[in-house]
Design a protein. Structure first.
Length: 300
């Protein structure tokens, strides 16, 4: 925890810098897109505006996440960053769908576009997006929330390259179709990026089992301890993005019951060292009083 607190102020300052840079860029791209008639500039502006909003959400979430656990939130507030990541990815999906619609309409009737303006603002966007990606990339180890921001910014930098290419082709060949085509490529990239990342965030919010842990292997490990007869009511989940937890009932043989605390300590130590499960709640019950017909997972 001390490590996170030490880096928090620096991380916040970088996010604030990125917010200001993206606000200025978004305003410039919107104005430039309207004046030049370029949908790809407006598409990039919407993407940057989404990033700016995402950064504000992420910054607020980071600060809330530092609050200690209390009676209302006994697990603490760290999961707010996962909620923020879900909001950010959802906004990207909506923007991607909007750009698909607008790009498709422009394919039918490509308007005249001022390529010089597109190139100038595309280069400016590339500089700002690269700077923002560097700022957020340096602190993306902070969790899904910041990694979502980094991926936003990285995709912005790549789309800015596409914007510049679009402007060059318009200036050289007056190829008007390139504007909606590049817009559709940007939209496809945004949707692909969001779809590949949002699943992990939803898994955390749905209390899914840690994807890197083989739950059957963990339970077989517990069954392998002398004195353990059975396991039921097992729950695996992620308390935070990378903090695995286990809650389960362990049936202990009657002969081993007097040493139940020592057995519990050995199991917990093995769970931590072998599987990285450092938060475990083990409910031990003697064989003579075990639940009958209990399911292995869940509460059934």
């Amino acid at each position: 925890m001390s490590h996170d607190h030490y880096h928090a102020p620096t991380g916040d300052g970088r996010v604030i810098t990125a917010i200001i840079a993206n606000l200025v860029l978004t305003l410039g791209q919107v104005i430039g897109g309207i004046l030049s008639g370029s949908l790809v500039l407006i598409a990039d502006a919407l993407h940057n505006f989404s990033d700016m909003a995402s950064m504000v959400i992420a910054l607020v979430a980071r600060r809330i996440a530092r609050r200690p656990a209390d009676p209302a939130m006994t697990f603490g507030y760290r999961r707010i960053e996962t909620v923020a990541a879900l909001v950010n990815y959802t906004s990207l999906i909506l923007i991607g769908l909007y750009l698909v619609f607008e790009g498709g309409m422009r394919l039918l009737d490509p308007p005249e576009v001022a390529g010089g303006t597109v190139i100038a603002l595309g280069v400016l966007a590339l500089v700002v997006d690269t700077l923002t990606a560097i700022l957020t990339g340096s602190i993306q180890h902070g969790g899904a929330n910041i990694r979502a921001l980094f991926l936003h910014n990285l995709s912005d930098a790549l789309t800015s390259v596409a914007v510049v290419v679009s402007g060059v082709l318009i200036v050289l060949y007056d190829w008007r179709l390139i504007d909606p085509l590049i817009t559709l490529l940007i939209a496809a990239y945004i949707l692909w990026l969001s779809a590949t990342e949002v699943g992990g965030v939803i898994r955390v919010l749905m209390l899914g089992s840690p994807p890197e842990i083989d739950t059957e292997e963990v339970l077989d490990c517990i069954r392998g301890f002398d004195g353990v007869e059975a396991i039921h009511h097992a729950h695996f989940w992620l308390m935070e993005e990378s903090s695995a937890a286990l809650d389960t009932h362990v049936v202990v043989a009657n002969w081993a019951w007097p040493e139940q605390q020592a057995l519990k300590d050995r199991i917990r130590k093995e769970l931590g060292s072998r599987f990285g499960i450092h938060h475990s709640t083990l409910e031990l019950e003697p064989s003579s009083e075990q639940h009958e017909g209990a399911s292995l997972y869940g509460q059934g």
